[in-house]
Design a protein around this ligand. Structure first.
Ligand code: GRG
Length: 297
């Protein structure tokens, strides 16, 4: 990765940290314990989804100020999903991002409320952040896209199917549908929101970015399954190999490790090909995708 692209990515990470800090309620504000726990749950992680918003926006020539609310909102939804996923009623994990999960660090009821509050805050952030000159229509469209991706036709639906199919072997088509919903929908929404924020992008450019989003979402999930078996779960600090050991259907369990790796690589390649028509402005997104493809955890 060139030093210029590294600097751009560092800048966007920094923007996200500042925007999150602005939008999350101060830790000392009533009710302080809940607000502390919301901040705890929002710390760390790769920031993959906000970076996709920013770099997708960059590919369309969009000012990053127009993307701050979307980047923050998608990370809040993601953080909430991890907090709820870790609860005893779901995955029952004690570690996340290398430290105690929110329900362990606080308590179960607080963790449920943290997820609820982060989800509401995501939509409040999109509704209220007019600082960057997004029109009300653009913000409304983003709210619709994010709500659809997060809800029963997206991430929550995928999670429901995942929980319901824990004790049976899925077909490859079922597993793919599950992951397109559970992981892919939110990732795709990042690129769709970047498309909405762009004032003068062509429909073809927006379509190219959406095409990228579809492939990269599934590639990321297959790669996560592979890394889980290799003992390097993407959710650094999550109990590695857990899905594998629990007998859950995964790409490697259905296809074998080698074929699962090949499939993830082919999807990453397809995602990158979709960016070709966008030319030089898409180079940071391309370089970032390559760094994700090569990650070891
Ligand atoms: C509980 C409503 C609800 C949904 C849960 C996303 C999800 C759905 C569960 C998380 C469990 C999991 C391992 C999902 C696969 C997607 C995935 C790899 C999530 C981790 O995302 P990363 O790697 O996490 O971007 P960081 O910590 O880097 O932000």
């Amino acid at each position: 990765m060139s030093p210029e692209i590294e600097a751009l990515i560092a800048d966007r990470r920094n923007r996200l940290a500042m925007a999150l800090d602005r939008h999350l309620p101060p830790a000392e504000h009533y009710p302080a314990r809940l607000h502390q726990a919301m901040r705890y749950a929002s710390e760390g992680g790769k920031r993959l989804r906000p970076l996709l918003v920013y770099l997708g926006g960059h590919a369309l020539g969009t000012d990053p100020r127009r993307l701050d609310a979307a980047a923050c909102a998608v990370e809040m939804i993601h953080a909430y999903s991890l907090v709820h996923d870790d609860l005893p009623a779901m995955d029952d994990d004690a570690l996340r991002r290398g430290r105690p999960t929110t329900h362990v660090a606080y308590d179960e009821a607080t963790a449920i409320l943290v997820g609820d509050a982060l989800q509401a805050l995501a939509f409040q952030t999109l509704a209220e952040d007019a600082a960057a000159g997004l029109s009300a229509e653009q913000r409304l469209r983003m709210i619709g896209v994010l709500a659809t991706a997060a809800g029963s036709r997206g991430m929550v639906g995928g999670q429901a199917v995942d929980l319901a199919s824990e004790h049976r072997q899925l077909t490859l088509a079922e597993l793919e549908a599950l992951h397109i919903h559970k992981t892919g929908a939110l990732i795709r929404a990042c690129l769709q929101m970047a498309g909405i924020a762009a004032d003068d992008a062509s429909p073809a450019a927006i379509e190219a970015l959406d095409c990228y989003g579809k492939s990269v979402g599934l590639a990321f999930q297959i790669q996560d399954d592979v890394l889980d078996i290799e003992g390097n779960s993407a959710t650094l600090g999550k109990t590695a190999g857990k899905d594998h050991a629990s007998g859950k259907s995964t790409y490697p369990s259905l296809l074998g490790l080698g074929e699962a790796r090949r499939r993830a690589d082919a999807l990453f390649a397809r995602a990158c090909e979709a960016l070709v028509p966008l030319g030089a402005p898409a180079e940071p997104l391309l370089a970032y995708t390559e760094s994700i493809r090569r990650r070891a955890h």
